[in-house]
Design a protein around this ligand. Structure first.
Ligand code: CUA
Length: 362
């Protein structure tokens, strides 16, 4: 009876594990998110390193299993030869050399390409290069991670955005990474490995966003925080909009020329008034040309809010979700620094939402 129950339990556990694995692995094939579908030079290099190391490891496992099985079968005690002792090989020079040299070769096979590529991917000298006029040649984005939102500053272009990072495809984009509160980690899985954003030092690296792969992903890659940073770590998402260079240039000039949005409807005007009366502006900026120092920029820049695909990085950008977020941010992102709960009336929420949706740069 007990064995029967044990059997059922085992089966249950196994099916739960399989179900979990199915759900887990189902996330592996999305072109906007998957490291297994590398979408740029950096991700491809890292993927190839993964292939090399996995192949070497699988090769070792196969060889060991073959030797193990052979030995088990060949040298087991046989009927009629119970006292037979196989040939003793202790101290055999030939064998000692073989099992020393093979692992050395395997380790070289693992380490040489890894080292070469690591140094290549870590080369950020181009970030410092300037032309005759003293302008930086490479595109640099300053990433600042905060509890639970991302700021993207284009220091040479005088633009600041939040939550949606916009980049040109098929060229190296250099990142300058830091955090303003606790340790976070900047990760765009489809285009390269993660890199920590720290409070006490700056990390630098570059990524390339492949144009064809970007097209396949609808020009949006998903970005994540990859360092446990607090109760809403799992919701600390951002989006990367990867567009061809000419489109990127258009976006830049629109952002540079952007003037403060002027609400056109009465409802939006009421919303703007509420936004100002409730001190939202003391943290959020509504212009991409925010000149305040970063210590004053304590909440996401909302300049292009109306064009964002997500509210707070996680909710679909719909009027209903904006209202739900404004009324109770704590419900969606526990521990966020906006406020716990607000008491806006339905009319006030309508007005604020209309105003926020009108914040569009182009
Ligand atoms: Cu920020 Cu996890």
């Amino acid at each position: 009876m007990k064995e029967g129950i044990d059997g059922v339990m085992k089966l249950k556990r196994l099916s739960t594990l399989l179900l979990f694995l199915t759900l887990f692995l189902a996330g592996c094939g999305k072109p906007y998110l998957s490291t297994l579908q590398p979408a740029g030079e950096v991700a491809k290099t890292q993927f190839n390193l993964l292939l090399i190391s996995t192949s070497i490891m699988v090769f070792v496992i196969i060889v060991v299993v073959i030797i193990y099985t052979t030995v088990l079968i060949r040298f087991r005690r046989k009927k009629g030869a119970e006292d037979k002792i196989p040939e003793q090989v202790e101290g055999s020079h030939k064998l000692e050399i073989i099992w020393t040299v093979i692992p050395i070769l395997l380790i070289l096979g693992l380490s040489v390409p890894t080292l070469i590529e690591t140094f290549k991917l870590g080369n950020v000298e181009a970030m410092e290069k300037v032309d005759k006029e003293g302008n930086r040649e490479a595109l640099v984005v300053n990433v600042r991670a905060n509890l639970y939102w991302w700021e993207f500053e284009y220091p040479d272009l005088g633009i600041i955005t939040s939550q949606d990072l916009v980049v040109p495809t098929d060229e190296k984009v250099y990142f300058h990474l830091k955090a303003s509160d606790v340790k976070h980690s900047f990760w765009v899985p489809a285009t390269g490995g993660k890199l920590d954003t720290n409070t006490d030092n700056v990390n630098k690296f570059y990524l390339v966003f492949d144009e064809d792969k970007a097209n396949k992903a609808g020009n949006i890659f998903y970005g994540k925080c990859a360092e446990l940073c607090g109760p809403s770590h799992a919701y600390m998402d951002f989006k990367v909009k990867a567009v061809p260079r000419d489109e990127f240039d258009k976006w830049i000039s629109a952002m540079q020329k952007a003037e403060e949005a002027k609400p056109t409807t009465d409802l939006a005007k009421t919303g703007q008034q509420l936004f100002e009366e409730n001190n939202c502006l003391s943290c959020h900026a509504i212009s991409p040309n925010d000149t305040r120092p970063e210590t004053a920029r304590t909440a996401p820049n909302l300049a292009d809010f109306g064009n964002r695909t997500r509210v707070a990085g996680i909710l679909e950008n719909t009027d209903e979700n904006i209202k739900a977020w404004i009324q109770n941010p704590e419900k969606f992102k526990p521990g966020n620094l906006m406020y716990k709960e607000a008491n806006f009336t339905d009319e006030e929420l309508d007005a604020l939402t209309e105003y926020l949706q009108s914040l569009k740069v182009q």
